[in-house]
Design a protein around this ligand. Structure first.
Ligand code: JFZ
Length: 430
């Protein structure tokens, strides 16, 4: 993975401005939902084939049950865009299980040829994305493939490869040449613009092998971004460890993939849902540190989205609808010197956004040394009283009065218009 102090720059405006995307983990593992023949997996559910050691021919038979009668790509994309406020979608075209969620000529182990539904899910999704002007990226497991005899297999609990001997390495090249590159060509040729390929778990791939994947992508779609997990630090942006939030703002373009519960694929047993408040706070923190939040849903086998996920995403979406100006297209924010549980900050030129996450009577921003010309409540555009003052100790402070009817409210955002280009967090107002 890329080192945190050498994060690349995508040079792509859409990626820098997007801030919030929808990850979709959907495959044959969704049928099992974390349980096979009465046995539960305690690892992430999309790894069930690996963690419960399900034989390849047994696992492949799952395809005969895949019939997502409740999957409606149009409805999902419309929802992601209009209700949830997401700016891009990343869909698992092939996860480690090896099954293609689109019509592949390379391998009949795909959603059109091996299932009773014969539906090209990726095609349905791509069409909906085009209709709603939603960017579409594709997850593709380039290294691990538990179905192909020459793909890597990792232990479920770590990243130790089990097939590292000389012979296997050359066989990996065969898998790369025959399956990976050919399938990459398919997904980049047959489904319109693809904004990024989300490579994952590079294992022991060599620099040359990572580069071959990149070249395959860029030859067909030069603007398609390569995720940090192509390996050998060759990605166009950095993919942070899943659910790991960087403590400080980072230079360069990065993305944090994250779950709403503790698994990516659908699980019948994982009810450890984060609250909408958790997600809103995380989103603001990620954005203030310069990153994008790629938040996951794991549809059920029938194509429906777990109700709990929708409930959370709806609330977050409402926050974005009212306060999106303080999120989309904002820049990484100078570090505020104090730990506040009631506020997070984002900014852009001449604007500082105060996201108020707990009820307050007034907002006191100690050591905010800006000259604030106006304070505006984003959700209705109303002006709030603001004074740039000095504490008894002689420290700069900005004080915003909160009107009575808002004092019990949380989750709103106040935009401070600044004379200065950027937020200045300093005791002395110049
Ligand atoms: C990988 C996959 O194995 C998993 O199934 C899921 O698709 C997730 C998004 O990505 O898991 C990882 C890969 C890398 C890290 C953590 C989990 N990491 O670098 O911390």
């Amino acid at each position: 993975m890329n080192k945190i102090d050498r994060i690349p720059d995508t040079k792509q405006k859409w990626f820098k401005e997007a801030k919030y995307g929808l990850f979709i983990h959907w495959g044959l593992y969704s049928i099992l939902g974390g349980e096979y023949k009465g046995q539960k997996t305690d690892y992430i559910s999309e790894w069930i084939m690996n963690s419960l050691d399900i034989p390849v021919d047994e696992y492949e038979k799952l395809a005969e049950q895949f019939d997502p009668v409740n999957f409606d790509a149009d409805k999902l994309v419309k929802r992601a865009k209009e209700e949830w406020g997401m700016k891009y979608i990343v869909f698992t075209s092939k996860h480690h299980e090896g099954f293609a969620m689109y019509k592949s000529e390379v391998s009949s182990y795909n959603v059109v040829d091996a299932t009773p539904c014969h539906r090209d899910i990726l095609k349905e999704l791509a069409e909906a994305c085009r209709k709603y002007d939603m960017k579409l990226g594709l997850y593709y497991s380039q290294s691990q493939d538990w179905d192909d005899p020459n793909g890597y297999i990792s232990k479920s609990n770590g990243h130790e490869a089990t097939n590292r001997e000389e012979k296997k390495i050359s066989d990996f090249q065969k898998y790369l040449d025959e399956k990976v590159k050919s399938q990459l060509k398919e997904i980049l040729t047959n489904y319109g613009d693809i904004c990024l390929i989300w490579f994952d778990t590079p294992m022991d791939m060599t620099v040359e092998q990572s580069q071959e994947c990149i070249d395959t992508v860029k030859k067909i779609q030069p603007n398609c971004l390569i995720s940090g997990r192509i390996g050998n630090q060759l990605g166009d942006y950095m993919t942070i460890g899943d659910n790991y939030l960087p403590r400080l703002p980072l230079d360069g373009d990065w993305e944090m993939p994250a779950t709403l519960n503790d698994t990516w694929g659908y699980s019948k047993f994982d009810h450890n849902w984060k609250s909408p408040e958790d997600i809103i706070r995380l989103l603001i923190k990620i954005v203030s540190r310069g990153g994008n939040y790629l938040l996951n849903i794991g549809p059920k086998a029938d194509g429906s989205i777990p109700e709990e996920s929708c409930r959370v995403l709806n609330v977050v979406g409402k926050y974005l609808k009212e306060n999106g100006e303080g999120i989309y297209g904002t820049k990484k924010t100078p570090v505020y010197p104090y730990e506040l549980d009631w506020a997070e900050f984002t900014c852009r030129e001449h604007k500082l956004y105060v996201h108020v996450l707990k009820p307050r009577k007034r907002l006191e921003l100690l050591n905010c040394a800006n000259h604030v010309t106006r304070a505006v409540l984003l959700k209705d555009g109303r002006r709030l009283d603001v004074v740039c003052d000095m504490t008894c100790e002689g420290d700069a402070v900005v004080i915003i009065d909160i009107p009575n009817e808002l004092r019990e409210e949380k989750n709103y955002c106040v935009c401070l218009e600044l004379e200065e280009e950027t937020a200045i967090f300093d005791p002395i107002r110049g």
